[in-house]
Design a protein. Structure first.
Length: 765
C-alpha cells in the first residue's frame, strides 16, 4: 500500500478530511472522537512496504487500517452473534446444503464450457468471494425463485466466512445487506442500516465501507434485489448498481441475490441501463443459480428434524401433487410442512386435502398450520381443565389478513407491537370479543408461528416469509373483490404493484367462497376506466382482470378489456377464450405455454413479443396492432422490421388484419450481419472488456470468420468498438464498447434489421 492509498482510506473514516494530518513520517487523526498519533515508515527491503508504528508495535499499513481503524475483527464477532441460531431453533429448522449451477466469469478458462453443476452452493459462493478477479469488479448473482434459499445461503456463507476470518484462514468478510424489495432504498442507506441496526456496528461511514470493499476485505451481499431488478421498471435499481460498480473503480467483489441475473434479459434496453451506468470501469459477471430441492435433500431435512420415514411423506405428497411441486422442492414450504405432519394421521389428512384441492394448495397448506395453532396454542381456560379456542379458523385467517393489509397500507414488511395491539382491538370489537379474550389474542399474536421478530426493528413482528404475507394479503384483497367494494378496492390497488402470488390468492378466495366473478370483473374494469395515465392502480387492475378472465372460460359472450396496461410476462402460461383486448399496452411478454381461442388484439401496443417455435399464437387475431419488436425462439433473435414481425406472427399461427400490418406477408432476406452483431453484443453483458478468443468461442466456428471479416471492421470505423491494449502473454486483441449500449439499442430499433442502416444511425447520432 502506498502513501496516497493510505491517506485516501484513512480519510474515509474521519468526520472531516481536515481531521487527518499526514506529514514528516507522522499521522495524527481524529477518528470517532479518538485521537490517533502514530508514526509511519517504509521497509528497508525491495518491496518498500508502508509500516505503521503504534505503542512501539510495528504493523503493515493494510493490517493496521483493517484491525485498528476499521475494527473488522469486532465486525466478525458481531456477524457471528447476529447469525447464531439457538439450539432449539436449529433443531426445528436445520440447514441442508443446496446444490446449483455456476455460470463462471468470462475470464475463466472453463467459462465457455457451459454451466457447471456444483454440489455445495455455500462453498462455491465462498470460493468466489475469496478469489476476487484482479483489475475488475466481480459481480456474482445468486439466483433462485422466492423461498428457495437465497437468504439462508447468504447468512450461512457470512457466518462460515466470519469463523474463518477469526481463525485467520480467510481475509474478507461477507456482509448481508437486506433490501427487502424497497424500490426507493439507496445502497448507502441499506448498508448503514444493516451495519448499525442488525450488527450493532457503528464504526463505518458509507465512504469507509466502499474503501474496504475496494481493498477486498469486505464483500456486501445485497439480498432482496429481485423486486427492484424487473424488466419494464424505470431502472432505478439497475442504475444504482451501475453507480456502485463505477464507484468501486474496477476493484472489489459484490454478491447480488435476485430471481434473475441481468444478463438473462433478452432486451438490450434493460441491460443498457446497467452497462451505461458502469461507464469505462471494468466489471465481470457470473451467476450461481440455486437448484430446487430433490428427494434426497427433502429426506435429509426430514431426518435432521427427527421425523420418521420422510420418504413416505415425500411419496405421499408426490402421488397427489407431483414430485416437482413447490411443497416438496421449496425449502421454506418443506420446513412448514414438517411442522404440520408430526404423525401419520396428520400426514394422510393433509395429503387427502391437498389431493382434493390441488389448485388452491397453498390455502390448504396454510389452513393446516392455522388449525394446529388454534387447537394447541390459542386456547382460553374456562374453568378447571376445560379449554376453549379463542378464535375459530375463519376468524384466525381474518385476523392475519388484517395484519397483512396494514403492512400493505403502510408499505412495511413489519409492524410494531403497539400497532398490532390496535389491530387486535379493532378486530375484537368487530367480533364483539370481551376484554379478557382480546388481551389474550394480543399476547398470542406476538407468539404466532407464522410471525417472527423483525431483526432490523425493535419490538416489531413480520411474517415468517414473504409467501405467507402475500397469501394473507391475497385473502384481504379477495374479500374486497367478493364484496365488489369499489372505493375500498381502488384504495387497495393504488398503494403499490401487487405481487403475482397475491393476485392468484385473491382470485382463489373469490372462487373458494363462490363469489360473483362477473361482478368482481366489472368492478375492476370500472376502476381501470376511472384511472388516467400510468398508475399502480391501472396495472393492478390489468393483472386482476387477466386472472379473472382466465377463470371465466365457460362464458358464452366475448369479454372486452379496454385501455389496460399489462405487466411484463402477462401472457405467458395463460389460457384465454373469447377475449377482446382493445387499446391495451403490453410490456415485454412471452407466449410460453399459452393457449388462445377466439382472442383478438385490436389497436394494442406490444413493447416486445416473444414467441416459441410452433403455433404459439394459434387462435389469435391481431388488428391494427403496433409491435415494437419480436423475438422468435429457439434462436432468441430480435427483429424490429414490421414486415419480418408480421411474417413471424403468421408463422406463429396468428391471423392479421387492419392497415397497420401488411395484408400479404412475403419472405424477406434477413441481414445476417445484424444477427452477428446482436450475438456479439451479448458477450458484453457478462464483461465490460472482451478478448478476441472469447468472441470466437461465443460466435462459434461457423460465424466467427464472417464477423471478424465483414462486421468488426465497420464497428471499429463507426466508433462502436475500440481496441484496447492487450497486457497478457502472446498476441491477443481486446475490445471495449466506445458507444453507449443505449445508443446501440436505439440504432438497432430504428434500423429495422438492416446493418447498413444501423451504421448510418450510429454515425449521425
Amino acid at each position: 500500500m502506498d502513501i496516497n492509498t493510505f491517506r485516501r482510506v484513512l480519510t474515509a473514516f474521519a468526520d472531516e478530511p481536515s481531521d487527518v494530518d499526514i506529514r514528516l513520517g507522522k499521522v495524527v487523526a481524529q477518528i470517532r472522537d479518538e485521537l490517533i498519533d502514530v508514526t509511519i515508515s517504509l521497509d528497508g527491503g525491495d518491496d518498500q512496504q508502508l509500516r505503521v508504528t503504534e505503542n512501539e508495535q510495528k504493523y503493515s499499513a493494510r493490517t493496521w487500517l483493517i484491525n485498528r481503524v476499521a475494527r473488522l475483527p469486532q465486525l466478525a464477532d458481531r456477524i457471528l452473534a447476529s447469525t447464531s441460531i439457538p439450539p432449539e431453533q436449529a433443531s426445528r429448522s436445520p440447514f441442508v446444503i443446496p446444490s446449483g449451477y455456476l455460470t463462471p466469469d468470462l475470464s475463466e478458462s472453463n467459462a465457455e464450457s457451459g454451466d457447471l453443476a456444483i454440489a455445495n452452493a455455500v462453498e462455491t459462493l465462498l470460493e468466489k468471494v475469496s478469489n476476487p478477479l484482479p483489475g475488475a469488479t466481480s459481480v456474482t448473482y445468486l439466483t433462485s425463485d422466492a423461498g428457495e434459499g437465497k437468504t439462508t445461503v447468504i447468512n450461512r456463507a457470512a457466518r462460515v466466512q466470519a469463523e474463518r476470518y477469526k481463525q485467520k484462514t480467510a481475509s474478507a468478510l461477507i456482509i448481508p445487506v437486506p433490501l427487502s424489495g424497497r424500490a426507493f432504498l439507496t445502497f448507502d442507506d441499506a448498508v448503514i442500516a444493516a451495519l448499525v441496526n442488525r450488527f450493532r456496528f457503528n464504526y463505518l461511514y458509507y465512504d469507509a465501507f466502499i474503501q474496504l470493499v475496494r481493498m477486498g476485505v469486505v464483500v456486501p451481499a445485497f439480498d432482496g434485489y429481485e423486486e427492484m431488478l424487473v424488466e419494464g421498471s424505470k431502472g432505478e435499481a439497475i442504475s444504482a448498481l451501475g453507480n456502485l460498480v463505477q464507484t468501486l473503480e474496477s476493484s472489489g467483489t459484490l454478491v447480488i441475490a435476485a430471481r434473475k441475473a441481468f444478463f438473462e434479459y433478452i432486451s438490450f434496453k434493460t441491460q443498457a441501463r446497467l452497462l451505461d451506468a458502469i461507464g469505462d470501469r471494468s466489471a465481470s459477471f457470473s451467476r450461481l443459480a440455486l437448484s430446487r430441492w430433490s428427494k434426497d435433500q427433502f429426506c435429509e431435512y426430514g431426518r435432521l428434524r427427527k421425523v420418521d420415514a420422510p420418504e413416505e411423506v415425500f411419496d405421499t405428497v408426490a402421488a397427489r401433487l407431483g414430485s416437482d411441486h413447490p411443497l416438496l422442492t421449496r425449502a421454506v414450504l418443506v420446513r412448514r410442512m414438517f411442522d404440520v405432519v408430526a404423525d401419520s394421521t396428520q400426514r394422510s389428512a393433509l395429503a387427502d386435502l391437498l389431493g382434493s384441492n390441488p389448485h388452491d394448495y397453498f390455502y390448504t397448506f396454510v389452513d393446516a398450520i392455522v388449525k394446529r395453532e388454534a387447537a394447541e396454542k390459542w386456547l382460553s381456560r374456562v374453568s378447571g381443565d376445560v379449554m376453549v379456542p379463542l378464535l375459530d379458523i375463519s376468524e384466525h385467517h381474518q385476523l392475519l389478513a388484517q395484519v397483512a393489509q396494514e403492512m400493505w397500507q403502510t408499505s412495511s414488511s413489519s409492524l410494531r407491537h403497539d400497532v398490532l395491539d390496535v389491530i387486535v382491538d379493532i378486530f375484537g370489537e368487530s367480533l364483539r370479543k370481551g376484554p379478557a379474550p382480546t388481551r389474550q389474542i394480543k399476547e398470542r399474536l406476538k407468539q404466532h408461528s407464522l410471525l417472527v421478530a423483525d431483526a432490523t426493528r425493535g419490538n416489531a413482528l413480520a411474517f415468517d416469509h414473504e409467501d405467507f404475507q402475500n397469501f394473507y394479503l391475497g385473502e384481504s384483497l379477495g374479500l374486497l373483490l367478493s364484496k365488489s367494494s369499489r372505493s375500498d378496492l381502488q384504495a387497495f390497488l393504488s398503494v403499490n404493484l401487487i405481487p403475482s402470488a397475491t393476485i392468484e390468492q385473491a382470485v382463489q378466495y373469490v372462487m373458494r367462497h363462490g363469489a360473483d366473478k362477473v361482478a368482481a370483473l366489472q368492478c375492476v374494469i370500472a376502476i381501470n376506466e376511472s384511472e388516467s395515465g400510468f398508475t399502480f392502480c391501472k396495472e393492478n387492475c390489468s393483472s386482476l382482470s387477466l386472472r379473472l378472465v382466465e377463470c371465466m372460460q365457460d362464458t358464452a359472450t366475448v369479454i372486452r378489456l379496454v385501455g389496460m396496461i399489462f405487466s411484463p410476462g402477462s401472457l405467458a402460461s395463460r389460457a384465454f377464450s373469447r377475449v377482446s383486448f382493445e387499446r391495451c399496452q403490453f410490456q415485454p411478454t412471452g407466449t410460453t405455454m399459452t393457449r388462445l381461442s377466439e382472442v383478438e388484439f385490436r389497436n394494442c401496443e406490444f413493447e416486445r413479443l416473444e414467441c416459441d417455435a410452433g403455433p404459439a399464437l394459434a387462435g389469435s387475431t391481431f388488428v391494427d396492432c403496433r409491435i415494437d419488436s419480436l423475438v422468435l425462439s429457439p434462436d432468441s433473435e430480435q427483429t424490429f422490421d414490421p414486415t419480418l414481425i408480421a411474417q413471424g406472427l403468421v408463422k406463429a399461427g396468428a391471423r392479421l388484419g387492419g392497415d397497420a400490418v401488411p395484408a400479404t406477408v412475403v419472405e424477406n432476406g434477413v441481414d445476417e450481419r445484424i444477427r452477428l452483431l446482436e450475438r456479439f453484443l451479448r458477450v458484453f453483458l457478462r464483461s465490460t472488456h472482451v478478448d478476441e478468443e472469447i468472441v470466437r468461442l461465443r460466435l462459434g466456428k461457423a460465424f466467427a470468420p464472417t464477423f471478424f471479416d465483414t462486421v468488426l471492421p465497420d464497428l471499429l470505423t463507426a466508433n462502436v468498438l475500440e481496441e484496447v491494449p492487450w497486457r497478457g502473454q502472446g498476441y491477443q486483441r481486446r475490445y471495449k464498447l466506445l458507444t453507449s449500449m443505449s445508443a446501440i439499442e436505439a440504432a438497432l430499433e430504428v434500423s429495422r434489421g438492416r446493418f447498413d442502416e444501423f451504421l448510418r444511425h450510429i454515425r449521425t447520432r
